[in-house]
Design a protein around this ligand. Structure first.
Ligand SMILES: Nc1ncnc2c1ncn2[C@@H]1O[C@H](COP(=O)(O)OP(=O)(O)OP(=O)(O)O)[C@@H](O)[C@H]1O
Ligand SMILES: [Mg+2]
Length: 249
């Protein structure tokens, strides 16, 4: 369990460089237990870089990330797609790998695990294909399998990088309702990178807008993308107007 007032993840003055290029800078904010956080911003704004840094996949060039040590995170990276049709793993096996991290040796999948996998695949509408090779699935089906893989270990926090980009509108809504349920009823903290804040806005409790810098962090009701000064190319130093602005130099 986490202590009440301690954030699950705290970022302080983060900067990430790729070579000489600075993808994100001056980013400081907290993710608290129970947040449903939407991370928005333009293509190339640094959203994926930011969450990979928060999860420790990328080391920041500057600044630091503090993570609550016991938090169990389920992560769905952006654009994971198996294009090799004969890739030697079935849907069920791919989802089962989401359980292996927490198992001690010998890592066996139990009958109960298989039932849980089936329930999640059922919910996501892909249980009928659980024996199929993952490479034979469409992009949207593969995306659902990756979601099932992230959810199967009952994480405290789900980090999802545009998880619904290949899903149809019905499945997208259903998926968001499921995230809402996990958030409300099971206190799962959600971090959702999305280009579709409209569909998610009912459920979201916090919005972060990142475009190289953190241009907004606050309640969705006060978020007004028209009121942010999005820096023009080559003018990354300009200051934003309006919004609840954090982490500015
Ligand atoms: N491994 C890398 N090496 C060099 N540059 C990178 C690397 N990954 C990302 N970048 C650059 O960093 C910037 C931020 O990329 P990032 O993928 O974080 O953006 P994003 O907000 O997630 O974009 P999108 O909405 O398209 O997913 C971009 O200019 C991108 O080209
Ligand atoms: Mg991205």
């Amino acid at each position: 369990m986490t202590q009440n007032n301690k954030p699950l993840i705290r970022s302080k003055d983060l900067q990430v460089n790729y070579g000489t290029f600075t993808a994100i800078r001056n980013i400081s904010f907290d993710i608290d237990k129970g947040d449903f956080l939407a991370v928005v911003g333009p293509n190339g704004g640094g959203k994926s870089t930011l969450i990979k840094t928060l999860m420790g996949i990328i080391r920041p060039t500057k600044g630091e990330v503090e993570t609550e040590s016991k938090v169990k995170i389920g992560y769905v990276p952006q654009n994971v797609q198996v294009r090799e049709r004969r890739f030697p793993a079935s849907v069920e096996e791919v989802v089962a790998t989401g359980l292996l991290m927490e198992k001690s040796f010998p890592k066996r999948i139990t009958k109960r695990d298989l039932e849980r996998i089936k329930d999640i695949l059922d919910f996501l509408g892909v249980s009928g294909i659980c024996k199929k090779p993952i490479g034979e699935l469409s992009g949207g089906q593969q995306q659902r399998v990756m979601l099932a893989r992230a959810m199967v270990s009952n994480p405290d926090m789900l980090v999802l990088d545009e998880p619904t980009s290949a899903l149809d509108i019905t499945m997208r809504r259903k998926f968001l309702e499921m995230l809402h349920h996990l958030n409300e009823a099971h206190d799962v903290t959600i971090v959702l990178i999305t280009h579709d804040l409209m569909t998610a806005s009912h459920y979201v409790t916090q919005v972060v807008h990142v475009d190289n810098r953190l241009l907004y962090h606050g309640a969705p009701a006060k978020y007004d993308p028209a009121n942010l000064t999005i820096p023009m190319s080559g003018e990354k130093e300009s200051q934003p107007k309006g919004g609840v602005v954090h982490g500015m130099a």
